[in-house]
Design a protein around this ligand. Sequence first.
Ligand code: HEC
Ligand code: HEC
Length: 441
Amino acid sequence: MSGGKTTNFVKNKNSYSLPARNLDKNLRINFLVGNSLFRRIWEDAAISENIAKDGLGPFFSSTSCDGCHISDGRGHLPILEIDEDLISAVIQIGQPTKIENTNEKNHNDSTYGGQLSEFSTEDVLEEAQISIQYEFMNVAYDDGTIVQLKKPKVIIDKLNYGDLEPNTSSSIRIAQVMIGLGLIENIAEEDILKLQDIDDSNSDGISGKANVTWDMQESKFKIGRFGWKASQPTVLQQTADAFYHDMGLSNKFYPNASNCTETQFDCNNSVSGNSEIYDNFEVSNDQLDLVTFYSSQLGVPAARNQKKADVIAGKKIFYEVGCNSCHVERYITRSDGPFENLNNQIISPYSDFLLHDMGDGLSDQVPEFEAEGNEWRTPPLWGIGLTKIVSGRESYLHDGRAESLEEAILWHGGESIESKNKFKNLDINQRNQLLKFISSL
Ligand code: HEC
Ligand code: HEC
């Protein structure tokens, strides 16, 4: 029952898409309307004949939430065989220097902002053409087994608005899984903060710190929980950010109908989809709340095969090699959260929601609030064994470089190097048991 009473027992393509099982019947309608907005394909205001759907762009990375969070699951890198575009991931850009005590997550590029988009509406030139190149490398176990790893690199083939600032770096981020997000938001702040060990006082090589982010709704700093670097404090704010930065749709947090910087003239002068019927935005306050509700109320699929001998042995190994130092199994959610059905739930996300130095191999040069280039939030592991069934393929880690759970583990470095090395020193049977355990989640 990984997600407490929200847990579903479905093992098919819909495993990530079901409402919390304990959601009040009267609220299901909100979930359904939120779902339809999550799947809505938005249109260019200059050509759309449907005021309800217009407002896309001028710059966008996809035309619907579901276009990236496919079946409410994770995104992936372009499929090489079909020469695919980057359709379920985004390119974050920023300066490598951190800025202290500000409500901006990092130094944006002065011309292109914080994200580089490959798509634009008809009257506006897209920002860039991008392709991905791979560097391949092999890792060998002592028993001779070899695993090939691949590392993606962003190649900017063309920039349509001049050069990036000299120091601007880019970072590929695949869309994340949408399950259990309301439960994560409902974990008490002190339960996350007490897992911090910023100076590594217990000398286990693992520190862990919470990101401190700007909550736009409450106008104050708050710990971050969402995103690969935990730079978003709430599902609401992440949703508003996605509408604006990923699809170019204005809302109460980002009122400008055009998601461009001052120097992108065509973009600034393009047709606005802001409309009085929608609170003078492209996405109304109600619509934003409904998509947030939907995103908060997706249930978590149950763990499977928990009584099988290999899975039980694999769980023991998970603890023995120290995976649980970061992938923390269990919490009880708050009793006073905003959604009654998400209160007092015993949940098993397998994450501490803290930032960890994961080594140079995984580093990018784009800090976000307190998160440095080499620091990432421990991702939850619940539901991860259903990835292939839901998404048709596997792609793990922030840029989707790992095509199997084993590859994902082999990329662990920095604070997790000792745990990774212990994994590498297991015999093949034990390694498979650990992988079976994670696949059972
Ligand atoms: C162009 C692709 C794209 C689109 C469209 C998109 N997302 Fe995302 N989403 C992402 C990526 C990439 C991340 C991770 C961002 C990061 O950490 O840099 C993410 C993260 C999230 C998260 C945080 C999940 C977690 O586990 O922390 C939520 C919630 C979310 N998106 C909701 C939405 C909603 C709601 C929409 C539609 C309004 C949407 N997204 C549209 C790509 C997309
Ligand atoms: C020091 C903290 C830490 C330890 C120890 C650790 N992990 Fe992780 N794990 C992370 C972080 C952070 C990421 C995300 C890295 C990224 O996306 O670049 C991650 C990612 C993963 C992923 C991919 C998840 C996804 O959604 O893409 C898997 C699977 C995983 N870890 C399993 C393990 C296993 C198994 C062990 C023990 C052998 C382990 N981890 C030990 C912090 C840790």
